[in-house]
Write a protein that binds this ligand. Structure first.
Ligand code: SPD
Length: 352
């Protein structure tokens, strides 16, 4: 009996060792992306197709992403920064110069959007556009009466209806928060002149009386259950929530909105560059990009995918606003050191 138990234990040990050895042989790709920003089935399909593992983690702001990427304890192969942060990562010498010959599906990208991306990556050398979008306001009409949002402008954030209620949130993102106030004051999101920033600061002091927190993720659930009534929100994230709850509505403010483009980059210190290229190419495949875009509800810079998209997606004015509206939307650009004055105002408002 004793011998039998020992044989069984030994067999178990051998199979455990064999299993570990087998699974640790699989190469692992470390990916760091915004939350709710990929169709999870694409991840498992890639793992299966390339016999690898993906360790997928998420962030909710460029600032948090940058802190983690700079810390020596975290290492990632692929990350998804917004355009201005592509420039910042490049300045820090953290980005791999891409070998486009490894990306068979690169030509699926829309040349016009690649041109736009040159504002932060002048020769499209370090980044691949992944998705773009606009930032507006989402609210729950169970709690916010129609007349309060009737103006359709950013001033809704300062409406006295919300006074003392602690029901409004803004994104935890200096460029977005100050950007909204700049747009409302008639300036570009990229204007750092003292007159523009003074105007934006004054507007924010008024809005801040109604703002309960600066957070880029929790508003999604909180708008559903009434913890939050109105939130500054990304259009695709808003679409995802609205699909679940007809009481949620989204406004692209009449004055205009901040536009941004998020991108895929490979980090210079990646240990799995070949696999990283394979992953980028997998997402650049037209069918995969279409599926991903339908899942995330953000428009893709993949022209081949957009051409296959159904009318519901293409004609949706929240996802795909018309040219007249887009003319009122400047893309958030890299500002170099001038961004410090924006950060200072943001910190002052948050401390209040
Ligand atoms: N859940 C995905 C959100 C993507 C937001 N993009 C970043 C915009 C930064 N201004």
């Amino acid at each position: 009996m004793k011998t039998r138990i020992m044989i069984l234990a030994l067999a178990l040990l051998v199979s455990l060792v064999a299993f570990n050895a087998c699974s640790s042989k699989k190469p692992t790709l470390y990916i760091f992306n915004w939350s709710d920003y990929i169709d999870p089935s694409l991840i498992s399909e890639f793992e299966e197709a390339y016999n690898c593992r993906i360790k997928y983690s998420t962030f909710d702001s460029n600032e948090n992403m940058l802190t983690k990427v700079k810390s020596s304890t975290q290492s990632f192969d692929i990350i998804f920064p917004s355009g201005d942060h592509v420039s910042i990562l490049k300045e820090l010498d953290l980005l791999e110069e891409l070998d486009l010959t490894k990306l068979e599906n690169y030509d699926n990208l829309d040349p016009q959007l690649l041109q736009k991306a040159r504002s932060f990556d002048p020769e499209n050398k370090y980044s691949i556009p992944y998705a773009w979008g606009l930032t507006g306001l989402m609210y729950n009409r169970q709690f916010v009466p129609d007349e309060i949002v009737a103006s359709g402008g950013w001033n809704i954030l300062g409406d006295s209806f919300f006074e003392g209620k602690n029901k409004i949130t803004m994104l935890d993102d200096a460029r977005e928060v100050i950007g909204a106030a700049l747009i409302y004051s008639g300036y570009s999101v990229n204007d750092t002149s003292s007159s523009a920033l003074e105007a934006a600061h004054n507007v924010l002091k008024v809005w801040d009386r109604n703002i309960t927190q600066f957070d880029s993720d929790s508003y999604k659930n909180e708008l559903q259950d009434g913890t939050t009534w109105l939130a500054q929100a990304y259009n695709g994230d808003a679409m995802q929530q609205m699909a679940e709850n007809p009481d949620l509505k989204f406004i692209l403010p009449k004055e205009g909105a901040a536009m941004w483009m998020d991108n895929m980059v490979i980090l210079k210190n990646s240990q799995q560059k070949e696999l990283a290229y394979k992953f980028l190419d997998f997402l650049l495949d037209a069918d995969n990009a279409k599926r991903n875009s339908e899942y995330t509800m953000y428009p893709t810079p993949n022209r081949a995918a957009m051409e296959m998209m159904g009318a519901d997606f293409i004609e949706n004015k929240i996802i795909n606003p018309d040219e007249a509206y887009l003319e009122k939307c400047d893309m958030i650009e890299y500002l170099g050191d001038a961004v410090r004055s924006i950060d200072q105002i943001y910190e002052a408002i948050k401390m209040n």
